[in-house]
Each structure stands twice: as C-alpha cells, then as structure tokens.
Design a protein around this ligand. Structure first.
Ligand SMILES: [Zn+2]
Length: 225
C-alpha cells in the first residue's frame, strides 16, 4: 500500500493565506500541509494499536484516545471541524499502510450516520476520514452501509450489555450485492467497546464480503470512555 502525498495548487495557498491551517489538537496555526504543530508532535509515536471489534474483527488504530487526541477528535466531530479530516486521515494512513501492507482492498467504507444525525451535524466524520484515506491510499470508497434506526449515541451508555443491544440491527447494506466477494476496509473515528464496528462488519459478512478489516483514528484506553 502506497501513501500518495498531497499536492498544493495556487488555490490552496490563497485559501491558506486567509484561513490558515491549524493543528487539530491545540488549534495553533501550522504551515500548509503540516499534520500537527511542533508542540503536539511530541505526543506521536510509531506505535500502532491493535484490538478486535466484537465478533473478532481486527482493528488498527493510530493513537490512544487520551489528552490531545481526545481534544482533536472532539473538535473534528462536534465542533464543525471538518477541515481537520485530512490531518487525522494522514496519520491513520500511516498505521493502515504499515499494518495492512499486504492487503489489497477493493474499497474503503465507513460507519454511517442516521440521516437525522447527519442533518444535525452537517457531516459524517467517518465518511470524511474514509474519503481522505481514499485519496491518500488510492483505494476507492463505497457507501456500503446505511443506518436505519436513530439509536442513542454509544458513548452515552455505560453498561456493556446495553451498548451491545443498542447497535443490534441498526445497520443494513446499501445494496444487497455491494459487499459480495469484496475485501473491505471499514473506517470509524474511534473504537471503544467495538460493538459498532463489530455490527457493521457482521452486516458486510452477511452480504458475503470476503474480508473485512477495520481501522480507526483512536482507540479508547478504558471501556467507558
Ligand atoms: Zn498542536
């Protein structure tokens, strides 16, 4: 898997002069194309994190959901921070290229939002990450899944059994043959208990996917985060 570097045209430079790029983790202004500021750079390591989503689906994550990374995700997800997507996706791409280097994915897909939630937030953070990863890794994206029930947010439920129940049956294939014989990279912003990714992977396998591997930007270090 090869990482395709971002190229800037005049339009990007002009835009940057008016709206400079910022560090997603502390909002300091950074040079165009920089993924984080010098101060936050210290928080990054070469470590990649592994876990298994419910049902045993391998998941690779780039960073722990601690301190500055939690701030970055909150800014990206809840604070109209769409502009940070590329900077987070580029970090994810390193972890994916390293851990899944021998994989040949047919497409990248993502955990969908319910249309009502999408309307409230204005975007789906996992879709933005998947689309940037598509550009960075040169793999197409597909909207393979849809969310048919506007359930409670997983992070608002503390009990493990309740979280598992909360996501059961809420995802469906967008088209019945979309996963058939496909090798799929499934994206979400964060993995906590792994119920959401597990449920999405299950639906893709029910649609006869050949292989589903998962990747997230962050991994929660405690089960209740
Ligand atoms: Zn910073």
């Amino acid at each position: 898997m090869v990482i395709i570097e971002r190229k800037f045209v005049l339009k990007d430079r002009l835009k940057n002069a008016v709206y400079p790029e910022r560090c997603p983790y502390c909002t300091r202004v950074v040079h165009l194309g920089e993924l984080f500021c010098d101060k936050c750079a210290k928080e990054f390591t070469d470590i990649t994190y592994h876990t298994y989503a419910r049902g045993g689906h391998l998941t690779v994550s780039a960073v722990p959901y601690t301190d500055i990374f939690a701030q970055g995700i909150k800014r990206f997800k809840f604070d109209r921070g769409q502009q940070y997507s590329y900077q987070l996706a580029r970090i994810m791409a390193e972890a994916i290229a390293k851990e899944y280097k021998n994989e040949c994915f047919d497409y990248i897909t993502y955990v969908p939002l319910h249309p009502k939630k999408f309307e409230e937030r204005g975007y789906n953070q996992s879709e933005l990450l998947a689309k940037d990863l598509s550009r960075i890794l040169g793999i197409p994206t597909e909207k393979a899944l849809k969310k048919t029930r506007n359930n409670q947010p997983q992070h608002s439920i503390k009990k493990a059994s309740e979280r598992e129940k909360n996501v059961k049956g809420v995802y469906k294939l967008s088209d019945k043959s979309i996963a058939e014989n496909k090798r799929i990279l499934l994206i979400d912003d964060i993995i906590t208990t792994g119920n959401t990714l597990g449920e999405c992977a299950k639906v893709l396998y029910e649609g006869k996917a050949q292989c589903v591997l998962c990747a997230t930007f962050a991994i929660a270090v405690t089960k209740t985060t």
